[in-house]
Design a protein around this ligand. Structure first.
Ligand SMILES: [Zn+2]
Length: 128
């Protein structure tokens, strides 16, 4: 992958990271907000659950985005975590933080191998 392409993906990833970080910050404010009279406990619980689920999803997305940025820095960006083949540009266009090529992603989705967890991302980040 050439520098121009890397710069393009880096810009997309940085924008996504800023976006997600801002969203997560706002969400935390909402999460700690208390309603004084707790009118509808059930609805509140449901909303909280939904918020937490979104938070989970966005946190792990943010982790993937950070990992992708670290991999741009260390020169391993665009290489599949599992088979170490280049990830197709078309896939990176759609999912710039993709860790796997489409074939391995499908295998991971079918649990054919142990996909990297968020913890592994953190280790990688700390190492970078
Ligand atoms: Zn692969």
């Amino acid at each position: 992958m050439n520098q121009t392409e890397l710069n393009k993906y880096r810009a997309v990833l940085e924008a996504k990271k800023a976006d997600l970080s801002a969203g997560l910050r706002n969400r935390e404010d909402i999460a700690i907000e208390k309603t004084p009279d707790a009118l509808d406990e059930v609805q509140l619980a449901g909303e909280r659950e939904l918020a937490i689920r979104n938070l989970d999803r966005e946190s792990s997305l943010l982790r993937n985005v950070r990992t992708a940025l670290a991999r741009i820095e260390d020169g391993s960006y665009g290489v599949c975590f599992h088979c170490e083949e280049d990830i197709k540009p078309k896939r990176l266009e759609a999912v710039p933080w993709a860790k796997y090529c489409i074939r391995c992603q499908e295998a991971a989705d079918r649990h054919e191998f142990e996909a990297e967890t968020g913890d592994a991302d953190e280790l990688l980040l700390n190492a970078a």
